[in-house]
Design a protein around this ligand. Structure first.
Ligand code: CP
Length: 313
């Protein structure tokens, strides 16, 4: 088995990992998922996960906590800044230095691009970027890629539509960077004002076959294997009038499914607002809750790999 590339390593950007690294963690996720609870419970025994979320979270925080508990470890953290010394004006740097004293691995969500890289420079223990501004959310991309692999049995050869707020949605950027390791067709579907930022298009073009569309029906629907839907990120708009112009632009519903491949997978990092009709939830195409469930398994494997040189028994 190749050496564990995740041991004691920061997870700041998915760009830091090769295709072999991605495949290593997908294999590890399969293995950790199949371990007996008693074996799994040894992988984080006596270790602590520290976290701080400067922005709200349901899935990322809870799946990390659930994952750490399943490894026999504990979690300590801050999700309500008002009850922490951040409220008194403590800096990010000092906050990270202190969490570093109490934990073996640190999960950070922060509204600023570059915040996790900065924290990684200050911390002795590894940092996991749980969302840095509109820049990246690398563990979301890992679980998104893992979901595609589990649902479609492959990633190479897939045709994937990514739809919604492609300008501010950080999951989109990590996913695109991760997908550069594969041979895939990408259809980017967004209003003109919410297209993927040009610097990122320059970064991935040549590695991905990309077509941009304003409408999902505009050639991006009938042939795709995956439709990855994103929420319009109201909180990142400098001008809420601009948000009002684009909210509700896209809605995936039964009519959409009728025009798509019968086995198309509908993915969404969640939370969803109104961009996927609840009528889709009961179809075989709805993959978003399964995706959230894979998140716990993938994060358990990631923590196990970060905390242990070797996780094989
Ligand atoms: N997908 C995701 O990051 O969800 P949360 O904001 O609930 O963590």
């Amino acid at each position: 088995m190749p050496a564990n590339p995740f041991h004691d390593r920061d997870i700041v950007s998915i760009k830091d990992f090769s295709k072999d690294d991605l495949e290593f963690i997908f294999d590890a996720t399969d293995k950790v998922s199949q371990l007996r609870p008693s074996q799994r419970g040894e992988l984080g025994k006596g270790r602590a996960l520290g976290y701080i979320f400067y922005e709200p979270s349901t899935r990322t925080r809870m799946s990390f906590e659930a994952a750490m508990a399943s490894l026999g470890g504990s979690s300590i953290g801050i999700s309500d800044l008002k009850s922490s010394s951040v409220e008194k004006g403590e800096s990010l740097a000092d906050t990270i230095r202190v969490i570093d004293l109490y934990s073996d691995v640190i999960v950070l969500r922060h509204p600023m691009d570059g915040s996790s890289r900065y924290a990684a420079e200050l911390s002795q223990n590894p940092i996991i970027n749980a969302g840095s501004g509109s820049e990246e959310h690398p563990t979301q991309a890992l679980l998104d890629l893992y979901t595609m692999l589990k649902e479609k049995k492959k990633i190479d050869g897939l045709s994937i539509a990514i739809i919604g707020d492609l300008k501010y949605g950080r999951t989109v950027y990590s996913l695109l960077y991760g997908l550069t390791n594969y041979d895939v067709d990408i259809h980017l579907v967004s209003p003109p004002s919410l297209q993927v930022r040009k610097e990122s298009i320059y970064e991935v073009q040549g590695k991905l076959k990309i077509t941009e569309h304003a409408e999902l029906e505009d050639g991006a629907l009938s042939d795709v294997d995956v439709i990855y839907v994103t929420r319009i990120q109201r909180e990142r708009f400098p001008d809420l009038q601009e948000y009002e112009k684009v909210r509700g632009t896209y809605m995936i519903d039964e009519k959409t499914l009728a025009k798509a491949k019968p086995d198309v997978s509908i993915m969404h990092p969640l939370p969803r607002l109104d961009e996927i009709s609840q009528n889709v939830d009961h179809t075989k195409n709805a993959t978003y809750f399964k995706q959230a469930s894979y998140g716990k398994e993938l994060r358990a494997a990631l923590l196990a790999l970060m905390l242990n040189e070797n996780i094989t028994h």
